[in-house]
Design a protein around this ligand. Structure first.
Ligand code: SF4
Length: 412
């Protein structure tokens, strides 16, 4: 029998659209009403997960045996690392933090640059609802993926009277299509930090010279004519080591603008990624990334405890990868290290390039399991279970591993 479900949430990217109509026959999803190809692909994954089997060293195993082997490996490790969780639901992220706490592990959401900036200078952000209703100047700074996302643009259309609004794009490789854009500034990745500081100077009335002085002056003038500015700031480029300095400069710029008018910043994850575990890590441990529990309490040190640092410096002797695409954002050196240590993967889709010692398949939160997920503006949205599955959820698997480890860890 057909079952039409309205207002379903899609976790296919950071926008987390929550107005999608899905039709199921009770066992399978048979129709998804969205024009977004990425959203269609996200719902279509459900056909793959059902076929996945737990594996130990690449050989089929029972789920119980795989969970027991994973628990045994974690117990033997001196310095386990938990990472990934990019598209995991909140309950899975909480279960991962609890497991890291029990085992004295390091856990990282992959957002150590944003967290460093946040710890240094704070940030002022707002919800997309505020952007939709109030923003009269929106700046997409290295966030072209978001600017071209039709669902994001739709989400910024207010229900009543349209808000008069200017649009600015800033980036190193701006596409030719600048429809609806009032001002475009081409800025190389290396120059972004300087440009943010030059913009601060211009807004303070300091005269500047240089190649971009004219365009920057136009941007500063637009800012001074606006009453509510929102800057969507894109993710770091691969191997960009000082990205946190840019985020600090951005937050300082927003703080100064706020003396005269409203200005908020919203960090945009990489294309296809969701906000990740930062909000949950922050309210559970006090830090949004790079947290170590070895001392029995949470410690934050992005130079030591980020996933990339832990792997590149050979500090982790076991890695538990959680969720879909857990290798996103890792350097080649970090991935090489993953090939040298025991690996456990808990997630709906097996890894392509690495064979973990233990793989435990899961259902997908938002398709097979209910829960919640943070949108990129920090708003939590509910996920619903649409169809049944034989697979357990990520949270259930992590809780079962913790249950096996609890008596052993208490004896230690
Ligand atoms: S824009 Fe993102 S969240 Fe919305 S339907 Fe597409 S993939 Fe899903």
């Amino acid at each position: 029998m057909k079952n039409v479900i309205e207002d379903v949430t899609c976790a296919g990217c950071c926008c987390v659209c929550d107005h999608i109509q899905v039709t199921t026959d009770g066992q399978q999803i048979i129709d998804v009403q969205t024009t977004c190809p990425q959203g269609q692909a996200w719902f279509a994954q459900s056909r793959q997960t059902e076929k996945q089997q737990p594996l130990i060293k690449g050989i089929d195993a029972s789920r119980e045996a795989a969970i027991a082997r994973a628990a045994g490996l974690i117990q033997e490790a001196q310095s386990p690392l938990l990472c990934g969780m990019g598209q995991s639901a909140v309950d899975a992220q909480r279960a991962a933090i609890s497991l890291a706490d029990l085992t004295g592990a390091t856990i990282d959401s992959g957002a150590s640059a944003a967290t460093r900036a946040l710890q240094q200078v704070g940030e002022a952000n707002c919800t997309l609802g505020e952007v939709r209703s109030r923003a009269d100047l929106i700046i997409y700074w290295n966030a072209e993926n978001l600017r071209f996302n039709a669902h994001h643009q739709q989400s910024l259309v207010p229900p009543g009277e349209p808000v008069p609004r200017k649009i600015v794009t800033v980036g190193s490789e701006l596409p030719g299509d600048s429809r609806g854009v009032d001002l475009s500034l081409t800025v190389s990745v290396e120059d972004e930090f300087e440009i943010l500081w030059r913009l601060r100077a211009l807004l303070k009335g300091v005269a500047l010279e240089g190649t971009t002085a004219g365009e920057l002056a136009s941007l500063a003038a637009l800012m001074q004519q606006s009453s509510y500015i929102v800057i969507f700031f894109g993710p770091a480029s691969p191997d960009e080591r000082l990205f946190h300095r840019k985020l600090e400069a951005l937050s300082l710029l927003a703080r100064e603008i706020q003396a005269e008018r409203r200005c908020h910043t919203i960090n945009v994850p990489a294309a296809g990624a969701t906000k990740g575990a930062e909000p949950v890590l922050a309210w559970q441990t006090g830090y949004a990334a790079a947290v170590n529990f070895a001392a029995g309490y949470p410690r934050f040190s992005p130079c030591e405890y980020s996933t990339v640092k832990m792997l590149e410096q050979g500090e982790a002797d076991l890695c538990l990868l959680i969720g879909e695409d857990p290798l996103t954002g890792l350097s080649d050196q970090a991935i090489q290290r993953l090939q040298q240590i025991p690996l456990i993967h808990v997630g709906p889709v097996p890894l392509v390039d690495l064979q973990p010692e233990v793989y435990i398949p899961t259902g997908i939160s938002g398709i097979h399991a209910a829960g919640s997920l943070y949108r990129f503006d920090g708003t939590p949205l509910p996920l619903r279970a649409l169809i049944s599955t034989q697979q357990a959820s990520e949270a259930e698997i992590l809780n079962q591993i913790e249950t096996l480890l609890k008596p052993v860890m208490h004896i230690c």
